[in-house]
Design a protein around this ligand. Structure first.
Ligand SMILES: C[S@@+](CC[C@H](N)C(=O)[O-])C[C@H]1O[C@@H](n2cnc3c(N)ncnc32)[C@H](O)[C@@H]1O
Length: 334
């Protein structure tokens, strides 16, 4: 049968599966207050982090496939580490740095910086469950490296890993300026990978980063963005379902972040480098990984947010294919 002339052609990558069709979800719990949104974010990571670890590994961030060869051959685990390497390249964070890893997930990046670069890393996350998982994974890795059974934290909570050390804390990043006030200027680097898009007050984050960095310290950032100058239709089709399902306050543009950083007294030192086409494969892999009825069943038990989360994977693929949704890395210096 001929396609009716009025139908919208399917966007490349916008693939509905039989499984996802069974869980069609109406859009849009408006975030009534920013505290309500934070509570939902915390609950999401408390409930879903074991699943992230099983499905996605120790990094809860995109993979970076920079070349055709990498796109054809690199696993997602290799590509996820390559994103960290890219951030190190653009920022020049040095070996042995004292790093604050903001929104640290289950600690994959913190452990990498400690074990590979000898950094002293404090990871903070809003999810207490993530602190537990991150600490457990770190102790296991340290025990393996030291060929010992018991690994204990030191008096400040740090666990030694290679030449570096790591600790994890449950802390709302919006409080980090106050929390680390006594250590003002203590960090050589603030690292934030795919967490800032969750924060309601982006300007406050840049001010806090400035507060806790040493003079000459670096802010290293990877995040999700909307494209400049989007029309209402593109916004409604692509960006709104991402903000809704991924629990994000309104997404910013890349230049929006640059302006927040300038206003906070930070200078741009790397990027913004838009790497959307080199990271979008992440969601092709993710969409195929979640074609599992047990996972949708689990998401269903979390209520509407759980289902909207899985459904938004399609919107991520559509947004990348349409160019309305973007990914970039950048670095700043105090
Ligand atoms: C997509 S994960 C990224 C994890 C990690 N940076 C990585 O690259 O693997 C987002 C992280 O942001 C954290 N997060 C979100 N809102 C936060 C807040 N207000 N304060 C601290 N952490 C927050 C979540 O708990 C989660 O660890």
């Amino acid at each position: 049968m001929a396609t009716p002339a009025t139908s919208t052609p399917a966007t490349a990558g916008d693939e509905v599966t039989e499984l996802s069709k069974q869980y069609d979800t109406p859009m849009g719990l408006a975030h009534t207050t920013m505290q309500a949104l934070k509570d939902r974010i915390k609950l999401h990571y408390d409930l879903a982090s074991d699943y992230y670890l099983n499905l996605w590994g120790e990094h809860i961030h995109h993979g970076y496939w920079a070349t055709d060869n990498a796109k054809a051959n690199d696993s997602k685990e290799v590509a996820q580490v390559n994103l960290i390497r890219l951030l190190l390249d653009i920022s020049g964070v040095a070996e042995g740095s004292h790093v604050l890893d903001v929104g640290c997930g289950i600690g994959g990046t913190s452990r990498y910086l400690a074990s590979q670069l000898g950094c002293t890393v404090t990871g903070i996350t809003i999810s207490g469950k993530q602190v537990q998982i991150a600490t457990r994974l770190t102790k296991t890795e340290a025990a393996k490296a030291e060929m010992s059974k018991d690994v204990e934290a030191d008096a400040d909570g740090f666990i030694s890993l290679g030449k570096g050390k790591v600790r994890f804390m449950e802390l709302d990043a919006e409080l980090m300026g106050e929390f680390f006030a006594k250590d003002t200027g203590a960090f050589d680097a603030v690292w934030i990978s795919e967490a800032l898009s969750h924060f309601p007050n982006k300007g406050l984050f840049f001010q806090n980063a400035h507060k806790v960095l040493k003079k000459g310290g670096k802010l290293v950032l990877a995040d999700w963005f909307k494209a400049e100058g989007l029309g209402q239709k593109e916004f409604d089709n692509d960006i709104k379902p991402i903000e809704d399902g991924m629990l994000l306050p309104p997404l910013c543009t890349q230049q929006g972040y640059v302006q927040f950083a300038k206003d906070a007294g930070l200078e741009i030192s790397g990027g913004p480098k838009d790497i959307s086409k080199d990271v979008s494969k992440t969601w092709d892999i993710s969409w195929s990984l979640v074609q599992n009825p047990a996972l949708w069943g689990f998401a269903f038990t979390q209520g509407r947010d759980g289902i909207a989360f899985l459904q938004s994977f399609r919107a991520m693929r559509r947004g990348y294919a349409n160019g309305s949704f973007r990914y970039a890395v950048m670095s700043f210096i105090k």
